[in-house]
Design a protein. Structure first.
Length: 417
């Protein structure tokens, strides 16, 4: 799952806090070790040198206890007076940790004598452990506080961006709506102004398209009404059979032109602005009427048209569904020379399958593009492009697949479930 900007910013802040506090803790620990190694051992070196110099004339084994240190002068071959825990160490400084005690040990060999200076560091070790525990607890507290602060800072930093995203997501899909523009004068404000300017341009283009579609529809309706009146008058004059067939063709083409005009007018509007202007009809009735419309052409070509209804199919927008079915059935008729064309209706799907030439895999992704078809891959194929636009307008999904053993299967999913 991709991370949001807020999550990434919070992660970066947490990493910075963790890295900084960890480096500070490591620095404090190293400083304590340096203090112990440098100052303590330098002090022991000085004290041991003083003891060797003060007891240089002593020729017998010597054990000299002091406040927190003990000085040993012993023959190298006889270490019996030296506690067993301090025996066997080479020359130099050493730290001896016992179950309940801690010592700093400094060993120096001088001729046949071994000089050992032992300093009790138990109290310092306890303080050292307390410091380490305090540093660890402090680091954990800094991490916890950093986590809380990073959440608050990331939310505060990204609040204008989140508000802009919410406003853009809820912006009504109607011309004339713009952003509120109450954003700070920074990158977020610049982004909001740029987006508002873009929304204004899109609204202008959408308004022009809607005005053009409305004007074109209005201007086309008048000559279409004149043509229809003329066709009706000619039909009433009892023309010859050949003339009547041509008048019927004109009447069918005029009806199709009226439907296409209404379709393009509705497609130019947003779904919210339609407000039920496209009346719904039972999908089964629409499908039966369209099959009856294409049945004469199918009979003339020797094709079988078949309708399958699976369960309750409900109602759909009439104009949109007529356009979808007309385009899909027309495409199927154009590319099928034998066999059958089957229209299947389901509760959430509509499917048209044929036994025609099919669509090659190379054109599967291009055939929905305006001007592209299997028969004419260079242009002027509009059927599936119109269906694709209707599906996008209504929130449906169009899918193409091969039909077995031959042909094409086109499916419209009404609900994304």
């Amino acid at each position: 799952m991709p991370m949001t900007i807020k999550s990434r910013l919070q992660l970066v802040l947490n990493l910075v806090i963790v890295a900084t506090s960890s480096l500070a803790a490591v620095g404090m620990v190293l400083l304590i070790f340096w203090f112990e190694d440098t100052l303590f051992y330098n002090h022991l070196q000085s004290d041991l040198s003083d003891q060797i110099r003060n007891h240089q004339a002593v020729t017998k084994p010597l054990v000299l206890p002091m406040t927190d240190t003990t000085y040993y002068k012993l023959p190298r071959a006889d270490q019996r007076l030296l506690p067993e825990a301090f025996r066997g160490y080479p020359q130099g400084g050493h730290e001896v940790l016992l179950p309940n005690k801690a010592y700093n040990l400094l060993v120096r060999h001088d001729g046949g004598w071994t000089h050992v200076l032992v300093q009790d560091q138990s109290e310092f070790e306890r303080y050292e452990l307390m410091v380490f525990a305090g540093v660890s607890l402090g680091v954990l507290l800094v991490w916890g506080l950093g986590f809380v602060l990073s959440r608050r800072l990331s939310r505060q930093i990204l609040q204008p961006v989140s508000r802009l995203a919410t406003e853009v997501a809820t912006l009504p899909q109607q011309p004339g709506h713009r952003l509120e523009m109450n954003y700070p004068d920074d990158e977020t404000g610049q982004l909001a102004r740029s987006f508002d300017h873009y929304v204004l341009r899109v609204n202008e283009l959408l308004l022009r398209e809607q005005q053009f579609s409305a004007n074109a529809s209005h201007e086309l309706r008048t000559p279409m009404m004149v043509i229809r009146g003329a066709v009706d008058m000619l039909k009433e004059s009892e023309p010859q059979a050949a003339v009547l067939r041509q008048l019927q063709r004109i009447d069918d083409a005029l009806q199709q032109m009226q439907q296409q005009t209404e379709l393009f007018l509705q497609l130019s509007r947003t779904p919210d602005s339609l407000s039920g202007s496209d009346a719904t009809m039972p999908l089964a009735d629409i499908a039966a009427r369209q099959l009856a419309h294409w049945q004469p052409l199918a009979d003339a070509r020797g094709l079988t048209l078949r309708l399958e209804i699976n369960g309750e199919v409900g109602e759909r927008p009439a104009t949109m569904m007529i356009a979808v079915l007309n385009n899909l059935l027309r495409n199927a008729m154009q590319h099928t020379t034998e066999g059958e064309i089957c229209l299947r209706l389901g509760a959430h799907t509509l499917q048209v399958s044929d036994t025609g030439s099919g669509i090659t895999a190379a054109l599967q992704d291009q055939v929905r593009t305006r001007g592209i078809s299997e028969a004419n891959p260079t242009g002027f194929g509009l059927g599936l492009a119109i269906v694709e636009r209707i599906c996008e307008h209504q929130g449906w999904r169009l899918a193409l697949s091969a039909n077995e053993p031959a042909g094409t299967r086109v499916t419209v999913y009404f609900d994304e479930t």
